[in-house]
Design a protein around this ligand. Structure first.
Ligand code: NI
Ligand code: MN
Length: 224
């Protein structure tokens, strides 16, 4: 039995459970393993919004390996037009896939596509229970999320400028009450350079959550 989180780079990661795989926001530029779209073989692709650093190589990956894209209706519509298999959802909606339940959450951020919204996801991927905030500013309704679905991991942007910074993401951690917080979306470019060790100290001093610092290219085992 295996359950892993493989951090590719920026806000892109792969969940793996017993050989089943899902990639989130597959932006591959600059990843230290030199992974290209053709190297990625997954069952599902989650896309939080259509900014280039999130939609990334999604369509190319979906086309070569037949993965199903899960996103908002607008992004799923673009994926369908591009010849990809896609399942459209929308903010506040839930759906039970063969692997488990998905909830599309609010994310206060641009969608990168006309008429759309950015989103986050609460996912039960074969027992891996995780909240991926996508790109978002801090919002108080994050406190509702653990009341709606249980999750063990919260994957949060901490880079600032485009999203929550470490100060705001520490307040998010307080509301989310996840056992583990995994910071992402920082240090990719100068405007989002942050001290992740300071973030870890802050969160661990003020909440019961433990912060897992995962470096690009690294894989960590997950609790299910
Ligand atoms: Ni964005
Ligand atoms: Mn982004």
């Amino acid at each position: 039995m295996s359950a892993n989180f493989h951090f590719i780079n920026h806000a892109c990661f792969i969940l793996e459970k017993d050989g089943h795989t899902a990639i989130f926001d597959p932006f591959l530029d600059g990843n230290p393993e030199g992974l290209k779209a053709a190297d990625i073989k997954v069952d599902y692709i989650f896309i939080s919004h259509a900014h280039f650093d999130h939609i990334g190589s999604a369509f190319e990956i979906a086309k070569h390996c037949g993965a199903t894209i899960i996103s908002t209706a607008e992004v799923a519509g673009l994926a369908g037009e591009a010849g990809c298999q896609a399942h459209g959802m929308h903010v506040g909606g839930t759906y039970t896939f063969p692997f488990g339940k998905v909830r599309l959450t609010l994310a206060f951020h641009g969608s990168g596509v006309a008429g759309g919204h950015a989103c986050g996801f609460v996912v039960d991927f074969y027992g891996i229970k995780l909240y991926f905030a996508g790109d978002t500013g801090l919002f108080g309704d994050m406190a509702l999320l653990p009341k709606l679905d249980p999750f063990t991991y919260a994957v949060l942007p901490i880079g600032g400028n485009f999203t929550m910074d470490p100060h705001d993401a520490a307040l998010a951690a307080e509301m989310l009450q996840a056992k583990y917080v995994i910071p992402v979306h920082y240090n990719t470019w100068p405007p989002i350079a942050q001290d992740v060790e300071a973030y870890k100290k802050d969160v661990e001093a003020h909440t019961a959550s433990k912060v897992l610092i995962v470096v690009p290219g690294e894989t960590i085992p997950l609790e299910v």
